[in-house]
Write a protein that binds this ligand. Structure first.
Ligand code: NAD
Length: 359
Protein backbone atom coordinates (compact mmCIF):
# COMPACT_ATOMS: atom_id res chain seq x y z
CA UNK A 1 0.00 0.00 0.00
CA UNK A 2 1.80 3.04 -1.28
CA UNK A 3 0.81 6.42 0.15
CA UNK A 4 2.07 9.76 -1.15
CA UNK A 5 2.18 12.14 1.80
CA UNK A 6 1.81 15.79 0.77
CA UNK A 7 1.57 17.98 3.89
CA UNK A 8 1.65 21.35 2.07
CA UNK A 9 1.58 24.66 3.91
CA UNK A 10 0.48 26.26 7.15
CA UNK A 11 -1.18 23.80 9.53
CA UNK A 12 -0.88 21.14 6.78
CA UNK A 13 2.45 19.92 8.11
CA UNK A 14 1.18 19.79 11.70
CA UNK A 15 -2.04 17.88 11.04
CA UNK A 16 -0.58 15.44 8.50
CA UNK A 17 2.14 14.50 11.01
CA UNK A 18 -0.62 13.40 13.40
CA UNK A 19 -2.45 11.38 10.73
CA UNK A 20 0.82 9.63 9.80
CA UNK A 21 1.40 8.86 13.48
CA UNK A 22 -2.06 7.28 13.67
CA UNK A 23 -1.50 5.23 10.49
CA UNK A 24 1.82 3.98 11.88
CA UNK A 25 0.04 2.82 15.02
CA UNK A 26 -2.02 0.33 12.99
CA UNK A 27 -0.73 -3.21 12.41
CA UNK A 28 -0.38 -2.58 8.68
CA UNK A 29 2.55 -2.16 6.35
CA UNK A 30 2.54 1.10 4.40
CA UNK A 31 5.09 2.54 2.06
CA UNK A 32 4.86 6.28 2.74
CA UNK A 33 6.80 8.88 0.83
CA UNK A 34 6.60 12.62 1.50
CA UNK A 35 6.91 15.43 -1.05
CA UNK A 36 6.51 19.20 -1.16
CA UNK A 37 3.36 20.76 -2.58
CA UNK A 38 1.77 24.22 -2.65
CA UNK A 39 3.67 27.23 -1.34
CA UNK A 40 6.40 25.01 0.13
CA UNK A 41 7.04 23.52 -3.33
CA UNK A 42 6.94 26.96 -4.94
CA UNK A 43 9.65 28.15 -2.51
CA UNK A 44 11.85 25.13 -3.22
CA UNK A 45 11.24 24.51 -6.93
CA UNK A 46 9.39 27.56 -8.27
CA UNK A 47 6.15 25.58 -8.90
CA UNK A 48 3.30 24.51 -6.57
CA UNK A 49 3.09 21.05 -8.17
CA UNK A 50 6.59 20.02 -9.26
CA UNK A 51 6.89 17.04 -11.65
CA UNK A 52 8.42 14.83 -8.93
CA UNK A 53 5.46 15.45 -6.60
CA UNK A 54 2.97 14.73 -9.39
CA UNK A 55 4.83 11.53 -10.33
CA UNK A 56 4.80 10.36 -6.70
CA UNK A 57 1.04 11.06 -6.46
CA UNK A 58 0.29 9.26 -9.72
CA UNK A 59 2.25 6.16 -8.72
CA UNK A 60 0.70 5.91 -5.25
CA UNK A 61 -2.49 4.03 -4.32
CA UNK A 62 -3.57 7.09 -2.38
CA UNK A 63 -2.51 10.63 -1.54
CA UNK A 64 -2.72 11.97 1.99
CA UNK A 65 -2.91 15.73 1.59
CA UNK A 66 -2.75 18.48 4.23
CA UNK A 67 -3.61 21.92 2.90
CA UNK A 68 -1.98 24.57 0.74
CA UNK A 69 -1.95 28.32 0.56
CA UNK A 70 -0.93 31.46 2.34
CA UNK A 71 -1.94 35.05 1.84
CA UNK A 72 1.68 35.90 1.04
CA UNK A 73 1.29 34.11 -2.31
CA UNK A 74 -1.77 36.12 -3.35
CA UNK A 75 0.39 38.40 -5.53
CA UNK A 76 1.72 35.49 -7.63
CA UNK A 77 0.28 34.96 -11.08
CA UNK A 78 -2.55 32.42 -10.89
CA UNK A 79 -0.74 29.31 -12.31
CA UNK A 80 1.95 29.63 -9.62
CA UNK A 81 -0.37 30.03 -6.65
CA UNK A 82 -0.33 27.15 -4.11
CA UNK A 83 -4.04 26.31 -4.65
CA UNK A 84 -3.28 25.41 -8.28
CA UNK A 85 -1.57 22.27 -6.95
CA UNK A 86 -4.95 20.85 -5.88
CA UNK A 87 -6.51 21.60 -9.26
CA UNK A 88 -3.49 20.03 -10.98
CA UNK A 89 -3.71 16.87 -8.86
CA UNK A 90 -7.47 16.57 -9.48
CA UNK A 91 -6.97 16.97 -13.21
CA UNK A 92 -3.96 14.67 -13.59
CA UNK A 93 -5.34 11.92 -11.37
CA UNK A 94 -8.85 12.23 -12.87
CA UNK A 95 -10.38 12.76 -9.42
CA UNK A 96 -13.99 13.51 -10.25
CA UNK A 97 -15.95 12.40 -7.18
CA UNK A 98 -15.58 14.28 -3.94
CA UNK A 99 -17.08 12.68 -0.82
CA UNK A 100 -17.68 14.88 2.17
CA UNK A 101 -19.46 13.17 5.02
CA UNK A 102 -20.88 15.59 7.59
CA UNK A 103 -21.36 13.73 10.84
CA UNK A 104 -22.21 15.41 14.12
CA UNK A 105 -20.72 13.34 16.93
CA UNK A 106 -22.98 13.29 20.01
CA UNK A 107 -20.19 14.82 22.12
CA UNK A 108 -19.95 17.82 19.78
CA UNK A 109 -23.62 18.69 19.52
CA UNK A 110 -23.05 21.76 21.67
CA UNK A 111 -20.21 22.96 19.39
CA UNK A 112 -22.49 23.26 16.37
CA UNK A 113 -23.83 26.68 15.49
CA UNK A 114 -27.31 25.14 15.22
CA UNK A 115 -29.68 24.06 18.00
CA UNK A 116 -28.76 20.62 19.42
CA UNK A 117 -32.04 19.01 18.33
CA UNK A 118 -31.33 19.98 14.70
CA UNK A 119 -27.90 18.32 14.53
CA UNK A 120 -27.95 15.48 17.10
CA UNK A 121 -27.47 12.27 15.10
CA UNK A 122 -26.73 14.12 11.86
CA UNK A 123 -25.03 11.89 9.26
CA UNK A 124 -25.21 13.17 5.69
CA UNK A 125 -22.96 12.59 2.70
CA UNK A 126 -22.32 15.36 0.20
CA UNK A 127 -21.03 14.15 -3.15
CA UNK A 128 -19.58 16.94 -5.25
CA UNK A 129 -18.59 16.62 -8.90
CA UNK A 130 -15.03 17.82 -9.08
CA UNK A 131 -13.72 18.21 -12.60
CA UNK A 132 -16.41 20.09 -14.54
CA UNK A 133 -18.72 23.08 -14.16
CA UNK A 134 -17.80 26.74 -14.19
CA UNK A 135 -14.44 26.04 -12.50
CA UNK A 136 -12.98 24.47 -15.63
CA UNK A 137 -15.33 25.50 -18.47
CA UNK A 138 -13.75 27.26 -21.44
CA UNK A 139 -13.81 29.94 -22.69
CA UNK A 140 -13.08 32.17 -19.73
CA UNK A 141 -11.24 35.42 -19.31
CA UNK A 142 -11.46 39.19 -19.56
CA UNK A 143 -12.36 41.29 -22.54
CA UNK A 144 -14.09 44.45 -23.62
CA UNK A 145 -17.84 43.85 -23.78
CA UNK A 146 -19.45 44.09 -27.20
CA UNK A 147 -23.00 43.63 -25.90
CA UNK A 148 -24.84 43.39 -22.55
CA UNK A 149 -25.81 46.31 -20.34
CA UNK A 150 -22.50 48.18 -20.70
CA UNK A 151 -20.94 47.58 -24.15
CA UNK A 152 -17.44 49.00 -24.54
CA UNK A 153 -16.50 48.41 -20.88
CA UNK A 154 -14.23 45.75 -19.32
CA UNK A 155 -15.90 42.51 -18.35
CA UNK A 156 -14.94 39.05 -17.08
CA UNK A 157 -16.63 35.78 -17.96
CA UNK A 158 -16.54 32.05 -17.15
CA UNK A 159 -18.33 29.16 -18.81
CA UNK A 160 -20.61 26.73 -16.99
CA UNK A 161 -20.76 23.38 -18.76
CA UNK A 162 -21.35 19.71 -18.08
CA UNK A 163 -21.27 16.81 -20.52
CA UNK A 164 -23.62 13.82 -20.26
CA UNK A 165 -20.87 11.32 -19.25
CA UNK A 166 -19.62 13.67 -16.53
CA UNK A 167 -23.08 13.84 -14.97
CA UNK A 168 -23.78 10.15 -15.47
CA UNK A 169 -20.64 8.96 -13.67
CA UNK A 170 -21.19 11.17 -10.60
CA UNK A 171 -24.88 10.21 -10.51
CA UNK A 172 -23.94 6.50 -10.49
CA UNK A 173 -21.53 7.16 -7.62
CA UNK A 174 -24.32 8.88 -5.64
CA UNK A 175 -26.91 6.15 -6.24
CA UNK A 176 -24.40 3.44 -5.34
CA UNK A 177 -23.42 5.28 -2.15
CA UNK A 178 -27.12 5.67 -1.26
CA UNK A 179 -27.64 1.92 -1.60
CA UNK A 180 -25.21 1.45 1.28
CA UNK A 181 -27.08 4.01 3.38
CA UNK A 182 -30.77 4.90 3.58
CA UNK A 183 -31.43 4.69 -0.18
CA UNK A 184 -32.24 8.36 -0.71
CA UNK A 185 -30.54 10.82 -3.07
CA UNK A 186 -31.19 14.54 -3.33
CA UNK A 187 -29.80 16.07 -6.50
CA UNK A 188 -29.15 19.79 -6.10
CA UNK A 189 -29.30 22.04 -9.16
CA UNK A 190 -30.56 25.36 -10.45
CA UNK A 191 -32.70 23.92 -13.24
CA UNK A 192 -35.16 26.80 -13.08
CA UNK A 193 -32.56 29.28 -14.36
CA UNK A 194 -29.54 27.48 -15.81
CA UNK A 195 -29.60 25.34 -18.95
CA UNK A 196 -26.57 23.40 -17.65
CA UNK A 197 -28.53 22.35 -14.59
CA UNK A 198 -31.75 21.54 -16.41
CA UNK A 199 -29.55 19.12 -18.36
CA UNK A 200 -28.03 17.92 -15.06
CA UNK A 201 -31.53 17.21 -13.71
CA UNK A 202 -32.57 15.33 -16.88
CA UNK A 203 -29.44 13.15 -16.86
CA UNK A 204 -29.60 12.37 -13.12
CA UNK A 205 -33.28 11.44 -13.50
CA UNK A 206 -32.38 9.12 -16.36
CA UNK A 207 -29.58 7.42 -14.40
CA UNK A 208 -31.99 7.10 -11.47
CA UNK A 209 -34.17 4.74 -13.53
CA UNK A 210 -31.39 2.15 -13.10
CA UNK A 211 -31.78 2.38 -9.31
CA UNK A 212 -35.50 1.79 -8.66
CA UNK A 213 -34.69 0.92 -5.03
CA UNK A 214 -33.27 4.43 -4.39
CA UNK A 215 -35.61 7.40 -3.93
CA UNK A 216 -34.50 10.45 -5.90
CA UNK A 217 -35.63 13.99 -5.38
CA UNK A 218 -34.42 17.26 -6.87
CA UNK A 219 -33.90 20.55 -5.07
CA UNK A 220 -32.86 24.00 -6.22
CA UNK A 221 -29.57 25.08 -4.67
CA UNK A 222 -31.01 28.13 -2.93
CA UNK A 223 -33.60 25.96 -1.21
CA UNK A 224 -30.95 23.32 -0.38
CA UNK A 225 -28.77 25.99 1.27
CA UNK A 226 -31.76 26.98 3.38
CA UNK A 227 -32.86 23.41 4.22
CA UNK A 228 -29.30 22.53 5.29
CA UNK A 229 -29.60 24.93 8.22
CA UNK A 230 -33.36 24.55 8.76
CA UNK A 231 -33.63 20.76 8.86
CA UNK A 232 -30.30 19.14 7.88
CA UNK A 233 -31.35 15.67 9.01
CA UNK A 234 -33.89 15.46 6.20
CA UNK A 235 -30.96 14.85 3.81
CA UNK A 236 -29.04 11.63 3.37
CA UNK A 237 -26.96 11.60 0.16
CA UNK A 238 -26.78 14.94 -1.59
CA UNK A 239 -25.21 15.08 -5.07
CA UNK A 240 -24.37 18.27 -6.90
CA UNK A 241 -22.01 20.07 -9.26
CA UNK A 242 -18.63 21.57 -8.55
CA UNK A 243 -19.65 25.13 -7.66
CA UNK A 244 -22.75 24.35 -5.59
CA UNK A 245 -20.94 21.46 -3.87
CA UNK A 246 -18.06 23.71 -2.89
CA UNK A 247 -20.39 26.10 -1.12
CA UNK A 248 -22.86 23.62 0.40
CA UNK A 249 -20.14 21.38 1.84
CA UNK A 250 -18.56 24.30 3.69
CA UNK A 251 -21.99 25.24 4.99
CA UNK A 252 -22.49 21.65 6.16
CA UNK A 253 -19.15 21.71 7.99
CA UNK A 254 -20.53 24.08 10.59
CA UNK A 255 -23.32 21.64 11.40
CA UNK A 256 -20.70 19.23 12.70
CA UNK A 257 -19.17 21.59 15.23
CA UNK A 258 -16.03 22.75 13.45
CA UNK A 259 -14.47 22.72 10.02
CA UNK A 260 -11.62 20.95 11.82
CA UNK A 261 -13.83 17.82 11.98
CA UNK A 262 -14.68 17.41 8.30
CA UNK A 263 -12.73 14.83 6.26
CA UNK A 264 -12.94 14.40 2.49
CA UNK A 265 -12.07 11.95 -0.25
CA UNK A 266 -11.64 12.65 -3.95
CA UNK A 267 -11.73 9.53 -6.10
CA UNK A 268 -11.12 8.57 -9.69
CA UNK A 269 -12.64 5.70 -11.64
CA UNK A 270 -10.09 3.20 -10.31
CA UNK A 271 -10.62 4.12 -6.62
CA UNK A 272 -7.28 5.88 -6.45
CA UNK A 273 -7.90 8.85 -4.22
CA UNK A 274 -6.73 12.04 -2.61
CA UNK A 275 -7.68 12.41 1.06
CA UNK A 276 -7.64 15.75 2.79
CA UNK A 277 -9.42 17.74 5.47
CA UNK A 278 -12.09 20.07 4.09
CA UNK A 279 -10.41 23.11 5.57
CA UNK A 280 -7.49 25.18 4.31
CA UNK A 281 -4.01 25.90 5.62
CA UNK A 282 -5.27 28.26 8.35
CA UNK A 283 -2.30 30.67 8.28
CA UNK A 284 -3.82 32.50 11.29
CA UNK A 285 -3.05 29.56 13.60
CA UNK A 286 -0.15 27.88 11.73
CA UNK A 287 2.89 27.06 13.86
CA UNK A 288 0.99 27.48 17.13
CA UNK A 289 0.34 23.77 17.65
CA UNK A 290 -3.39 24.32 18.21
CA UNK A 291 -4.93 23.06 14.94
CA UNK A 292 -7.47 20.26 15.14
CA UNK A 293 -5.93 17.18 13.44
CA UNK A 294 -9.14 15.09 13.54
CA UNK A 295 -10.40 15.98 10.03
CA UNK A 296 -7.07 14.75 8.63
CA UNK A 297 -7.05 11.65 10.82
CA UNK A 298 -10.62 10.90 9.67
CA UNK A 299 -9.50 11.48 6.06
CA UNK A 300 -6.85 8.80 6.62
CA UNK A 301 -9.67 6.49 7.74
CA UNK A 302 -11.53 7.23 4.48
CA UNK A 303 -8.31 6.44 2.60
CA UNK A 304 -8.11 3.04 4.29
CA UNK A 305 -11.75 2.37 3.39
CA UNK A 306 -11.91 3.55 -0.24
CA UNK A 307 -8.44 3.17 -1.75
CA UNK A 308 -6.70 0.62 0.43
CA UNK A 309 -9.70 -1.67 1.18
CA UNK A 310 -8.87 -1.83 4.89
CA UNK A 311 -12.39 -1.37 6.30
CA UNK A 312 -11.55 -2.76 9.73
CA UNK A 313 -8.64 -0.34 10.16
CA UNK A 314 -10.86 2.55 8.99
CA UNK A 315 -13.44 1.67 11.62
CA UNK A 316 -10.74 1.36 14.28
CA UNK A 317 -9.61 4.94 13.61
CA UNK A 318 -13.18 6.28 13.59
CA UNK A 319 -13.93 4.55 16.85
CA UNK A 320 -10.67 5.88 18.38
CA UNK A 321 -11.71 9.42 17.40
CA UNK A 322 -15.14 8.92 19.00
CA UNK A 323 -13.41 7.64 22.10
CA UNK A 324 -11.13 10.70 22.52
CA UNK A 325 -14.14 12.97 22.09
CA UNK A 326 -16.03 10.95 24.69
CA UNK A 327 -13.06 11.40 27.04
CA UNK A 328 -13.70 15.14 26.73
CA UNK A 329 -10.57 16.06 24.77
CA UNK A 330 -11.10 19.17 22.64
CA UNK A 331 -8.81 21.30 20.51
CA UNK A 332 -9.34 25.04 20.69
CA UNK A 333 -11.86 25.16 17.82
CA UNK A 334 -14.14 22.77 19.73
CA UNK A 335 -13.49 23.75 23.35
CA UNK A 336 -16.26 25.51 25.20
CA UNK A 337 -15.59 28.52 27.41
CA UNK A 338 -13.83 27.74 30.66
CA UNK A 339 -12.35 24.41 29.49
CA UNK A 340 -8.67 23.83 28.69
CA UNK A 341 -8.08 22.81 25.08
CA UNK A 342 -5.46 20.26 24.05
CA UNK A 343 -2.95 20.93 21.29
CA UNK A 344 -2.52 19.22 17.91
CA UNK A 345 0.12 16.72 19.08
CA UNK A 346 -1.73 15.85 22.28
CA UNK A 347 -4.89 15.12 20.25
CA UNK A 348 -2.92 12.86 17.87
CA UNK A 349 -1.31 11.07 20.84
CA UNK A 350 -4.74 10.54 22.39
CA UNK A 351 -6.05 8.90 19.20
CA UNK A 352 -3.01 6.59 19.14
CA UNK A 353 -3.60 5.68 22.82
CA UNK A 354 -7.27 4.97 22.04
CA UNK A 355 -6.20 2.74 19.14
CA UNK A 356 -3.77 0.83 21.33
CA UNK A 357 -6.39 0.33 24.02
CA UNK A 358 -8.72 -1.37 21.50
CA UNK A 359 -6.45 -4.41 21.46
P1 NAD B 1 -9.16 27.98 6.31
O1 NAD B 1 -10.01 26.77 6.21
O2 NAD B 1 -7.69 27.77 6.21
O3 NAD B 1 -9.46 28.72 7.70
C1 NAD B 1 -10.75 29.23 8.04
C2 NAD B 1 -10.86 29.36 9.55
O4 NAD B 1 -10.96 28.07 10.14
C3 NAD B 1 -9.62 30.00 10.19
O5 NAD B 1 -10.03 30.82 11.28
C4 NAD B 1 -8.81 28.83 10.71
O6 NAD B 1 -8.01 29.13 11.84
C5 NAD B 1 -9.92 27.83 11.06
N1 NAD B 1 -9.45 26.44 10.89
C6 NAD B 1 -9.28 25.81 9.70
N2 NAD B 1 -8.84 24.56 9.92
C7 NAD B 1 -8.74 24.40 11.26
C8 NAD B 1 -8.32 23.33 12.10
N3 NAD B 1 -7.93 22.13 11.61
N4 NAD B 1 -8.32 23.51 13.43
C9 NAD B 1 -8.72 24.69 13.94
N5 NAD B 1 -9.14 25.74 13.21
C10 NAD B 1 -9.14 25.60 11.87
O7 NAD B 1 -9.67 29.00 5.19
P2 NAD B 1 -9.11 30.43 4.75
O8 NAD B 1 -8.61 31.18 5.95
O9 NAD B 1 -10.17 31.02 3.93
O10 NAD B 1 -7.89 30.11 3.79
C11 NAD B 1 -6.51 30.05 4.22
C12 NAD B 1 -5.66 29.54 3.07
O11 NAD B 1 -6.03 28.18 2.80
C13 NAD B 1 -5.87 30.30 1.76
O12 NAD B 1 -4.62 30.45 1.14
C14 NAD B 1 -6.78 29.38 0.95
O13 NAD B 1 -6.64 29.56 -0.43
C15 NAD B 1 -6.30 28.03 1.40
N6 NAD B 1 -7.25 26.93 1.23
C16 NAD B 1 -6.72 25.74 0.89
C17 NAD B 1 -7.54 24.63 0.79
C18 NAD B 1 -6.91 23.31 0.48
O14 NAD B 1 -5.70 23.17 0.61
N7 NAD B 1 -7.67 22.30 0.09
C19 NAD B 1 -8.91 24.75 1.03
C20 NAD B 1 -9.43 25.99 1.41
C21 NAD B 1 -8.57 27.08 1.52
Amino acid sequence: MKIAVLPGDGIGTEIVAEAVKVLNALDLQFEMETALVGGAAYEAYGHPLPPATLKLAKEADAVLFGAVGDWKYDMLERPLRPEQAILGLRKNLGLFANFRPAICYPELVASSSLKPELVAGLDILIIRELTGDIYFGQPRGRRVATDGHFPGTDEAFDTMRYSRPEIERIAHIAFQAARKRSKRVTSVDKANVLETFQFWRDVVTHVGLEYPDVALDHMYVDNAAMQLVRAPKTFDVLVTGNLFGDILSDEASMLTGSIGMLPSASLNASQQGLYEPSHGSAPDIAGKGIANPLATILSAAMMLRFSLTQETAAQRIESAVKSVLAQGLRTQDLASKGTTPVGTVAMGDAVVRALNSQR
